[in-house]
Design a protein around this ligand. Sequence first.
Ligand SMILES: NC(=O)c1ccc[n+]([C@@H]2O[C@H](COP(=O)([O-])OP(=O)(O)OC[C@H]3O[C@@H](n4cnc5c(N)ncnc54)[C@H](O)[C@@H]3O)[C@@H](O)[C@H]2O)c1
Length: 278
Amino acid sequence: MKNALDFTGKVVLVTGGGGGIGRGIAEAFDRCGAQVVVAEIDPVRADATRSALGKTSRVAVTDVRDSAAVDALLHEVASSYGRLDVLVNNVGDFLGIVKPLEEYADADFDALFAVNLRQVFQVTRSSLPLMKQTGSGGSVISVSSIEAFRGIPMNVVYSAFKAGITGFTKSLALELGPSGIRVNAIAPETTESEQVKPSAWIPEQYQEHIARWLPLGRFGTPADAAGCALFLASELAGWITGTTIHLDGGALAAGGWYRTPQGGWTNVPVINGNGMRF
Ligand SMILES: NC(=O)c1ccc[n+]([C@@H]2O[C@H](COP(=O)([O-])OP(=O)(O)OC[C@H]3O[C@@H](n4cnc5c(N)ncnc54)[C@H](O)[C@@H]3O)[C@@H](O)[C@H]2O)c1
């Protein structure tokens, strides 16, 4: 039987694949035989990723907010590889903006829109002609956030744009159903990355509580997201479109419930202080 996670001969574009979750996803597809194209804004991360990927993969220093640069990259993908099977819209950033809505400047709204939603529209728009021409079905996967499905104080705008990915995913899935291109999203809970560092943000004295904060007892890793992306892109998910995987160690199911040190349950946090230096 063919290994459903063998992506040999497939071309996969990963935005922001130079760090964190995107890097984990890019490396996983590369290991599974795909030719991976990474669009990464940071030249240093791009170099490091280039040396971690196989020879047939490539890393382009590209700002995905720049639609001309994205179009140019897609032309290069078409001329070098002649196909595109999977697009992973991974770029997204809360830009370190943590404050009440009244304190947002117009520039904050614009910057958060550009990096969390507008570029998802642009990159997908530029990728679809080649995906359709490839005719292999194809898969668009966007990295959302568990915060698209629950509230997050002081991060209202970021979470609203992540919730926008849910609507984008559902509507585009309908539009692309007839061409066999599936459209899904992954919504991670806190995951160790360049941008989010629970290991550094949670003071030493609170780290012992981590095992009780999430039902599966730990924060996420880029490898967790990579597993979801491989599954969604594979034939194993051949009848899945328009949906989001909650990649959250059970956090959404738990709501505000935590295990107590005695092994029971409480909906009152069992820590002093605010837990994270954030
Ligand atoms: N890490 C988490 O806890 C977490 C939780 C929920 C959702 N997410 C989402 O997962 C995705 C990845 O997050 P992460 O934590 O791995 O981020 P990260 O910042 O660690 O990695 C993102 C990568 O994208 C690159 N990048 C940023 N802007 C870019 C641009 N304009 N063009 C090209 N490349 C760009 C960065 O240089 C970096 O290498 C984001 O969409 C984020 O919102 C992350």
